[in-house]
Design a protein around this ligand. Structure first.
Ligand code: 4G4
Length: 240
């Protein structure tokens, strides 16, 4: 999977090249190509922005400079995504669907944003990572690259992707590792029983209870079995 990132601040993407995403790039499972929009300014001072027509605060990124940067990519089949607070809010389903694309172009705005004419000309989809305002689209672009890359074959261990597909739409169960006793608190006994069927049931119940208590709205869209629903009714009854 290829990501081309159009940005004025390519250095901001350095922390992405760590850990799992860094290794995925080394293994050539993903390719993150950073394009500095400033390289496409024809101005002698390398100017990329200007004041807004009609007045108002701040600076707007110029349509012509952004367009030249975009044209340097030269792939008509790539999907162009603009990271903006005005976009549809990203969720796990959207992430999974984006991972099926071969080539994504991520357009990062800074300052007060980008001249609308080049957005209308090149952008296929607007995406927001949540209802809050940031100084630029770079962090949202990193969030998108990280979340989408997890679905690319070989990036995560087979085990993690299998387990994740099982908990579809609900929260995870709690996890424990050594030491067996921490500050006088023992690991739940069942996890050392070796009885995998019971462990799986316990984890499913913990996941459901977690979701019911912390994010009950997720249960409306989750795919639940009859057994799941019966357990949720029990939790609801025991609530004071
Ligand atoms: C485009 C238009 C995305 C990009 C305006 C980008 C939050 C998100 C930006 C702006 C962003 C998000 C300067 C407001 C850059 N902020 N929620 N900022 N602003 O995904």
């Amino acid at each position: 999977m290829k990501f081309d990132v159009l940005t004025l601040f390519p250095e901001m993407f350095e922390p992405l090249r760590q850990s799992i995403i860094g290794r995925a790039e080394e293994k050539k499972l993903i390719d993150i190509n950073l394009i500095n929009i400033r390289d496409f300014s024809k101005d002698k001072h390398k100017k990329v922005d200007d004041t807004p027509y009609g007045g108002g605060a701040g600076m707007i990124m110029r349509a012509d400079v952004v367009y030249e940067a975009y044209k340097s990519i030269n792939d008509k089949d790539a999907k162009v995504i603009y990271l903006t607070p005005q976009g549809k809010v990203l969720n796990q389903k959207k992430v999974e669907n984006l991972s099926k694309e071969k080539h994504l172009i991520l357009l990062c705005g800074h300052y007060e944003g980008i001249d609308q004419r080049v957005i209308d000309k090149i952008v296929d989809e607007e995406i927001s990572i949540g209802d809050y305002v940031l100084t630029g689209g770079e962090i949202p672009a990193m969030v998108l690259i990280d979340s989408v890359s997890r679905y690319v074959d070989g990036v995560l261990s087979e085990d993690s992707t299998f387990e994740e597909s099982f908990s579809h739409g609900i929260l995870e169960y709690p996890q424990y590792t050594r030491p067996e006793t921490f500050e006088n608190i023992k690991v739940p006994e069942i996890l050392q029983s070796g009885h995998h069927e019971n462990i799986n049931k316990w984890r499913r119940c913990q996941a459901l209870e977690n979701t019911y208590k912390k994010r009950p709205e997720l249960l409306e869209k989750a795919e639940l079995s009859e057994e799941d629903k019966a357990y949720l009714l029990d939790i609801a009854k025991n609530k004071k």
